[in-house]
Design a protein around this ligand. Structure first.
Ligand code: GDP
Length: 193
């Protein structure tokens, strides 16, 4: 999979031209977002680009040259326990402006840590996305951290807590049964053909 970093931006006037459909990835800080983006595109260090100082609070675009070219958009992590109200005040409008105004957005990949389960941030976010009609793919990260027979109950619980119509996918960047091919399938399904 060929992927390249396109740009970082905070405000719509700096967003790249909407030349491809895009899927935005969102999740709490430390959910494993950078690791998963690297695992998805198989380009070690790609998502680290977006973690360089100054970029962690910005929206980052990656162009994916798959059979259906698209932009994978790395939204800054939310739910930082340690950020001040000021950051939160700038974070929310930036994300909401993006999600509401981006005409090329075709779906959101929401990440939930399988051990932490659904917390208030995710529970609030999903109805908001649903109200905007944005298709949601939910992936539960770090699946290797819990026993296989414990994954299914967590998946069912998260589905109920989020009020989504499909089972979240369990993914891992470490285990052999990584769930990455299944996640690719789910992402392709939201891209226009
Ligand atoms: P981000 O802040 O959401 O970008 O999270 P990172 O990708 O930096 O991951 C946060 C921490 O979780 C790091 O220590 C990773 O090594 C670890 N991590 C990420 N994905 C996995 C996974 O699938 N399994 C396990 N066991 N650890 C993971």
């Amino acid at each position: 999979m060929k992927a390249r970093f396109v740009t970082s931006a905070a405000k719509p006037s700096d967003f790249p031209p909407p030349t491809h459909p895009e899927i935005a990835v969102v999740g709490r800080s430390n959910v494993g977002k950078s690791s998963l983006i690297n695992a998805l595109v198989g380009t070690e260090g790609l998502a680290r680009t977006s973690r360089t100082p100054g970029r962690t609070r910005l929206i980052n675009w990656f162009e994916i040259e798959s059979k259906k070219p698209f932009f994978l958009v790395d939204l800054p992590g939310y739910g930082y326990a340690d950020v001040g109200a000021k950051v939160r005040e700038t974070w929310r409008p930036m994300i909401e402006n993006y999600l509401e105004g981006r005409s090329s957005l075709v779906g959101v990949l929401l990440l939930v840590d399988i051990r932490r389960g659904v917390e208030d941030d995710e529970a609030d976010f999903v109805p908001w996305l649903q109200a905007h009609g944005t298709p949601i793919v939910v992936a539960m990260t770090k699946a290797d951290k819990i026993a296989k027979n414990k994954r299914f109950p967590e998946i069912k619980r998260a589905r109920a807590d989020l009020g989504v119509t499909r089972d979240p996918l369990a993914v891992s960047t470490l285990a052999d049964d990584s769930g990455i091919p299944e996640l690719w399938k789910a992402l392709y399904a939201v891209l226009p053909s």
